[in-house]
Design a protein around this ligand. Structure first.
Ligand SMILES: N[C@@H](CCC(=O)N[C@@H](CS)C(=O)NCC(=O)O)C(=O)O
Length: 237
């Protein structure tokens, strides 16, 4: 059994899409980042930087019988891919290509779209420079993806992989937001739009994008606080 600690954001959805794709049993705890639950000491035991998503694997492969914490969404995707042998080639150019696009998402697409959102919607002071910088970076990164997707159906090449799972929710958010301001700029990115449809139509992606559900949020709120890993045991090495 896997415990997923998450919220309704693009980073959280990487983990829920992956778990849905793998069709493994998992339990959801909604961590309400609007209420500051990510700062609770119990949650920081799982995710030292106080960010969702995090998972606890109650059956890791090391035979220890001890639950294991896994934090950082890219690490979660790699851990689950390696454990199951799915969505990440074992070696060769296929693997390095997937890893390149996974790191591109983690280092560029997520942070830049995230900063654009923050400067536009959350910053206490309005900064035109901040908004412009991150809007331009968002478009530039989507154009980089568009170039790749003009030569291959998926970011890693011919097969769907954790690079696509990592990138989908961020590319969706970035392109939807940009389309509101410059519909033509996004309409020009045909390979990217085709990829968004191809990936977005996968049942596991549709399902993963709905996690946490309103019911899961409600149940988690009733449990009042994020507790340690269900079943007890240390998650620390
Ligand atoms: N690099 C981290 C980023 C995670 C992240 O930024 N999560 C956001 C939600 S999308 C969060 O927990 N924010 C709460 C906060 O910043 O206090 C990952 O990919 O897991």
């Amino acid at each position: 059994m896997i415990d997923l600690y998450t919220w309704s954001t693009p980073n959280g959805r990487k983990a829920s899409i992956m778990l849905e794709e793998l069709a493994v049993p998992y339990r959801v705890t909604a961590v309400d980042i609007g209420k500051g639950e990510q700062h609770h000491s119990e949650f920081r035991q799982l995710s030292p930087n106080g960010k969702i998503p995090a998972i606890v694997d109650h059956e890791p492969d090391d035979g220890s019988g001890q639950p294991r914490r896994i934090f950082e969404s890219g690490n979660i995707l790699m851990y689950l891919a390696e454990k199951t042998g799915k969505f990440l080639p074992a070696g060769g150019q296929g693997r390095t290509e997937v890893m390149g696009w996974l790191f591109f998402q983690m280092a560029h697409l997520g942070p830049m779209v995230g900063q654009w959102h923050w400067f536009k919607n959350a910053a206490p002071e309005k900064s035109e420079l901040g908004i412009k910088r991150y809007r331009e970076e968002t478009l530039r990164l989507l154009e980089v993806m568009n170039g790749r997707l003009a030569e291959a159906p998926y970011l890693g090449g011919k097969d769907y992989s954790i690079a696509d799972i990592a990138s989908y929710a961020w590319a969706r958010t970035g392109s939807d937001e940009l389309a509101k301001e410059d519909a033509q700029a996004i309409a020009n990115l045909k390979p990217l739009l085709d990829w968004l449809s191809r990936v977005g139509e996968r049942p596991a992606v549709e399902q993963g994008m709905e996690i946490p559900t309103p019911e899961q949020k409600q149940e988690s709120a009733e449990r009042a606080a994020v507790k340690g890993p269900a079943g007890g045991g240390s998650v620390l090495p």
